[in-house]
Each structure stands twice: as structure tokens, then as C-alpha cells.
Design a protein around this ligand. Structure first.
Ligand code: SF4
Ligand code: SF4
Length: 406
């Protein structure tokens, strides 16, 4: 089907742009609307702005760009919308057009994102930063602004795959860029838990690191497309590609749309969140006694890219619930404010959104929070919460019960 594009500067899909009926049912679910109470910070307001730019010739000035950039891209408005408005597509296309017109993505952000695919450099730089933290050379305010863990790893655990590649793998584990540098322990846990089901798991080679999710968020579509082509080469064969970062998983599942070719669509169909993959193998997961279950109650925080984008948040409950007592949040999966680089770009709004989330978590009385996205876990940890990936909790229980080495 041929997409009819608007003729204004944003060049949006016209069918998507006119789909909104302005009912406002999405407003209570929008974190930026809740934080500001302003229509311009709501999904409906942003769509009205896009229409005014595209159909009525409204100037794309700093005010208009600011309204668009304040969106967290959480896509909670999509799951709330009865008309099926694809807000994420509209916002991604808008940002991409702003970048092409030099109205978005500052130079420093492009530079920082340009470093992500250089994996060895990332690991070395991250270790250096860890040393600087221990020498108290990194100001606390800068750490908080960047969402850095308080003690970055200087040395990382060596990952132990049990398959060498396409010929013998039952599954691949996607390892990524920032997450591999800052949260390698989560990959190690994911690998052990996956292998506890009897699966042979392979790791990608060079080129399979940065998925381009942050580039997509920032509207740097050409950069994201180039990275997508490299990532696809790093995962040959047809085994599932298991992802323990909700944001990366959502980006990898979007390659079919991004590259718009059959190979990318087949690749995207292989991508699955780690808990969704484990849920398909529940019978193979080791059982534990009630005395061996996780000692603390766990509040489940659904990352937006798992709940609203991948729509794969329920398997976390069936898998983690075998090993821990779970508590639900009563906010219907609202955003925590991390949003990729959002907490760096829009710290004030991100802070307000996080405060609301922390209060919601506090109401559960749980001591530990489970979250399957590195951005959310670092951002919420910065507010003093004990946030862990679901697989690290399962790994801890299985190790305690002697089911995995450790
Ligand atoms: S994506 Fe999230 S922040 Fe953006 S308009 Fe939708 S609900 Fe609001
Ligand atoms: S995006 Fe959907 S829910 Fe929100 S105002 Fe438009 S039609 Fe209504």
C-alpha cells in the first residue's frame, strides 16, 4: 500500500494524522500532560500541533519544536486510544523531519550517540568513568543528570555462551551497547537462566551491539538504519533473538518498518523479550521450594517499551511469579520518566514524572522493584529504590537452590 504523505515540512502519513478524533481518552495516561496539565503537552495537543503545521502552515518555531520534544515517547497514549492512533509513528516521523531541517538533536547528542556502536571504546570509557567515580572525580549532580549507576563496573563478568552460532544455537542473547557496559551482570543472569532451561545460547559477534533505539528516539533515522543493517548481519540463522532490554527489544522489533524490506521483517519477527521467551519454556524452568523463593516482595514495574510498544508485559508475571511474591502497581503502566535520553534532555519534567512513579511504587510496600529495562532501572535507582531486572532475581533464587552455577 502506498503511503500518502502530507505536503508540509513534517511529511507525515496523512491517514495516521487524521485518525485522531480528539476524544481525549488518552490524556490521563500521558505523563507529560499529568505533570503539566497543559493541552500542548498531551497526545491530542501534539497531534493538533502536527496538523496545524502540516495543514495550516503553522511555523515550525522553537515553541513548536519544544512541544514535540517534551514527549517521552512512552506510547501509553497508543494503548489507551480507542481509535488506534499510531502516535509513535507520527512522533518518530516528526522528529526525523525536524532533524533533516536542523531543528532538533543538538551536536553533543549526535556525538554521544555516535560513540555507542564503538563497543570497545564504550567498555573502556565506562571503566575509566568507574575509576573516576571511586576517586570522587565525577560530581554527584552530573551522575544524577546522566542517570549513572553510583559505582560503574571496572571489570565485567565474562559471559559464557553454550552455542557458537547459527549452526548450534537454540537462541541468541542480544547484548547491546550501554547495557553491556553498565549492566553486564543482567546479561550473565539472563544467560544462566536461559541455559537452565536446557537451551544452547549464542552471543553476537562484532557489529551486533548498538540497536539504534536512541538514534530512532532522537529522529536520527539514517544512523538507526545503518546500525540496523549491521545488527542483522550479527545474528545469522533463524533462532530467536532474546532481549533483556525492553527498549532495545522494541527497536529490534521495529526494523521491519524502519528498513521496509522482507529480510528486516523476518529478522524482527525473531526478536522476543527474555521473559516472554522463558514463559514459552516454563516447564523446563527448574522448580524451587517455598523456602527457596525470593525473600522480599517484588513490585513489578512495566517498562513502557515492554507494555505499550511490545505489548509483552504479562509473561514477566508468569515467569517471575514462580520464584517471588509479586505486587502490582495501580497506575496502569504509566511511564517513569526515563525515556531513553529523556531524563538528560528534559530533567525537570522527567523528575516530576519519576516522583509520581516512586509514590505509586511506595504504595505497594514492596522492598524490591522488578524492571526489564536498563533505562528505567537506573533512573528509578537514582531515586533510592532497589530496582533489579527480573532475570537477576530468578538467577539469585536458582543459584541459592543449586540449579545454576554460582
Ligand atoms: S508518547 Fe507518552 S508522553 Fe508522548 S504524548 Fe503519548 S502518552 Fe504522552
Ligand atoms: S489519540 Fe486517540 S485517545 Fe487520544 S484524543 Fe486522539 S483519538 Fe482520542
Amino acid at each position: 500500500m502506498v503511503t500518502k504523505r502530507t505536503s508540509g515540512p513534517l511529511r507525515l502519513d496523512e491517514d495516521l494524522l487524521v485518525a485522531c478524533v480528539s476524544c481525549g481518552l488518552c490524556l490521563p495516561h500521558c505523563p507529560t500532560y499529568r505533570a503539566t496539565g497543559e493541552e500542548t503537552a498531551s497526545p491530542r495537543g501534539r497531534i493538533s500541533l502536527m496538523r496545524a503545521i502540516e495543514f495550516d502552515g503553522l511555523a515550525v518555531d522553537d515553541t513548536a519544536v519544544g512541544f514535540l520534544e517534551k514527549c517521552v515517547m512512552c506510547r501509553a497514549c497508543e494503548t489507551a486510544c480507542p481509535s488506534g492512533v499510531q502516535f509513535g509513528r507520527l512522533m518518530e516521523d516528526s522528529r526525523s523531519a525536524l532533524v533533516l531541517n536542523h531543528r532538533s538533536a543538538p551536536r553533543w547528542l549526535r556525538f554521544a550517540l555516535g560513540l555507542l556502536p564503538h563497543h570497545r571504546l564504550m567498555l573502556a570509557g565506562s571503566s575509566l568513568l568507574g575509576v573516576a567515580q571511586r576517586l570522587h572525580l565525577v560530581p554527584a549532580a552530573l551522575s544524577a543528570r546522566l542517570g549513572l549507576p553510583p559505582r560503574l563496573s571496572i571489570r565485567r563478568e565474562r559471559l559464557q555462551p553454550t552455542a557458537t552460532g547459527a549452526a548450534d544455537a537454540d537462541a541468541w542473547l542480544f547484548t547491546g551497547c550501554v547495557m553491556d557496559a553498565w549492566q553486564r551482570d543482567v546479561h550473565a543472569s539472563a544467560l544462566r537462566v536461559m541455559q537452565a532451561t536446557g537451551a544452547r545460547v549464542a552471543l553476537p559477534g562484532a557489529g551486533g551491539s548498538c540497536c539504534g533505539a536512541l538514534h530512532m528516539h532522537a529522529g536520527l533515522t539514517a544512523g538507526a538504519s545503518a546500525l540496523a543493517a549491521k545488527v542483522m548481519d550479527a545474528f545469522p540463522g533463524d533462532a530467536p533473538i532474546v532481549v533483556d532490554s525492553a527498549g532495545c527489544g522494541a527497536a529490534l522489533q521495529d526494523y521491519g518498518h524502519l528498513l521496509n524490506n522482507e529480510r528486516a521483517r523476518i529478522f524482527s519477527a525473531r526478536v522476543i523479550d527474555v521473559c516472554a521467551w522463558l514463559a514459552l519454556r516454563l516447564d523446563q524452568l527448574p522448580a524451587v521450594t517455598s523456602a527457596q523463593r525470593f525473600a522480599s516482595t517484588v513490585a513489578v514495574q512495566d517498562p513502557c517499551h515492554l507494555r505499550h510498544v511490545q505489548r509483552a508485559h504479562l509473561p514477566v508475571r508468569s515467569v517471575l511469579g514462580r520464584y517471588a511474591d509479586l505486587m502490582e502497581l495501580d497506575d496502569e503502566g504509566r511511564c517513569c520518566g526515563a525515556g531513553g535520553a529523556y531524563s538528560i534532555m528534559q530533567p525537570e519534567l522527567a523528575g516530576i514524572i519519576r516522583t509520581e512513579k516512586v509514590a505509586v511504587i511506595g504504595r505497594t510496600g514492596a522492598q524490591v522493584v522488578a524492571s526489564g529495562n536498563p533505562g528505567c532501572s537506573m533512573w528509578l535507582s537514582g531515586a533510592g529504590l532497589d530496582v533489579r531486572h527480573p532475570v537477576t532475581i530468578i538467577d539469585e533464587v536458582l543459584r541459592g537452590a543449586g540449579h545454576v552455577p554460582g
